[in-house]
Design a protein around this ligand. Structure first.
Ligand SMILES: Cc1cc2nc3c(=O)[nH]c(=O)nc-3n(C[C@H](O)[C@H](O)[C@H](O)COP(=O)(O)O)c2cc1C
Length: 212
C-alpha cells in the first residue's frame, strides 16, 4: 500500500541534536542513494582542502558536462575555496580508499594539508588551480558557473562545468575493473527510516548492481 507524506511523521525523531536541521525528514523517508566523491581545492593559506560530498547530479548536453552540487555547506572550507579560486576537483574513490577519504573530515583544520595528512597523494590538476587525489579512480576538474541557496539554511547548490576528466583506463574498460559493483562508484545511504515505526537503519555505503 502506498502512503502519502506531506508532514513529518511523528515517529521520525532526531538521532542526534540538530539532525533534522542538517537534513530533512524527507531525506530519511526517501533515503535515495547518491554518489560519493571528495571535493578538493586550495585553502587561501596554500594548504590542501578536501570535503567528502554527496547529494549531487552529473549531466550534460552539446559537449558540455556539468556537476550540480546539491548541497555544499556555505560555512565550510570547500565552499570558501570554491568561491576564492572559482574551481575545484571532484574525486571519486573506490571502497579500498574510502577510509582515507573519510579521514579528511577529522583532518579538517585550517593549517592541515587534508589530502596528504589523510594518507592520500595530492597531485596538481591539469586544467584548474586545485590539487586532486591520485588514488581516486576518477577526477573531474571543474570551474564554478553559478550558485543558488538551496533553501533557508546554509546549504548552497552550485553548477560546476567540467573542463578535464582524468580516469583510470582499467575503470572505463568494463571488461577489466569497470565502474560499478563493489569496487566501483560508491553511494551514500543516509540512515533510512520507517515512518510507521520510526525505526532507523544505520548510515551505510552502497554499490551499484547492474541488471544484465
Ligand atoms: C557520507 C558523507 C557525505 C557528506 N556529504 C556532504 C555534502 O553533500 N555536503 C556537505 O557540505 N558536506 C557533506 N559532508 C560533510 C563534510 O564532508 C564535512 O563536514 C567536511 O569536513 C567539510 O569540509 P570543508 O570544511 O572542507 O568544507 C558529508 C560527510 C559524509 C561522511
Amino acid at each position: 500500500m502506498k502512503r502519502e507524506f506531506s508532514e513529518k511523521p511523528e515517529l521520525i525523531t532526531e538521532q542526534w541534536p540538530g539532525e533534522l536541521n542538517s537534513f530533512s525528514w524527507q531525506d530519511f523517508v526517501t533515503a535515495i542513494p547518491s554518489p560519493l566523491f571528495v571535493i578538493t581545492g586550495w585553502k587561501s593559506n596554500g594548504r590542501e582542502n578536501a570535503c567528502l560530498q554527496s547529494w549531487s547530479a552529473f549531466t550534460g548536453e552539446g559537449g558540455e558536462f556539468y556537476c550540480i552540487i546539491g548541497n555544499i555547506n556555505a560555512n565550510g572550507h570547500a565552499y570558501k575555496s570554491l568561491k576564492e579560486t572559482g574551481c575545484c576537483v571532484l574525486n571519486f574513490p573506490s571502497h579500498d580508499v574510502y577510509d582515507k577519504c573519510h579521514r579528511t573530515i577529522d583532518n579538517n583544520q585550517w593549517e592541515t594539508d587534508e589530502i596528504t595528512d589523510s594518507g592520500l597523494t595530492a597531485e596538481k590538476a591539469v586544467k584548474v588551480n586545485a590539487p586532486r587525489i591520485a588514488e581516486c579512480f576518477l577526477n573531474i576538474e571543474c570551474e564554478l558557473v553559478w550558485e543558488h541557496p538551496l533553501g533557508s539554511g546554509s546549504g548552497v547548490t552550485a553548477a560546476l562545468h567540467a573542463v578535464n576528466i582524468c580516469m583510470d583506463s582499467e575503470r572505463y574498460d568494463e571488461r577489466k575493473k569497470g565502474r560499478y559493483g563493489k569496487t566501483g562508484y560508491m553511494y551514500n545511504i543516509n540512515s533510512p527510516r520507517n515512518p510507521d515505526t520510526g525505526e532507523a537503519e544505520p548510515e551505510a555505503l552502497g554499490a551499484l548492481e547492474v541488471y544484465h
